[in-house]
Design a protein around this ligand. Structure first.
Ligand code: ZN
Length: 88
């Protein structure tokens, strides 16, 4: 849990903190390097992804905060995970 809070310093707004409080094993995914939002990449922008989750379109995608708001279906098993970047 301590490690999670250290890794989560990029999340500043209240909504993120609410999500973090609810996090359990099925709500987070630890990755070794940053991934970029698939939707932003489609429009030629590189935005660090905060979520890996199912979208309203059915497919899974890496999503930034904005695109998760637009297309994400939720956090949890079978829905989506909050990405934790853990570099060593
Ligand atoms: Zn995006």
């Amino acid at each position: 849990m301590v490690l999670f809070y250290m890794s989560a310093r990029r999340w500043r707004d209240k909504r993120h903190r609410d999500v973090i409080r609810l996090q359990k094993d099925t709500t987070t995914a630890v990755i070794a390097k940053e991934e970029y939002c698939d939707y932003c990449q489609m429009s030629g922008t590189k935005t660090v992804a905060l979520y890996d989750g199912k979208t309203t379109q059915g497919a899974w995608a890496y999503m930034c905060e904005d695109h998760f708001s637009d297309y994400g279906v939720g956090i949890g098993l079978g829905l989506g995970q909050i990405l934790i970047v853990e570099t060593s």
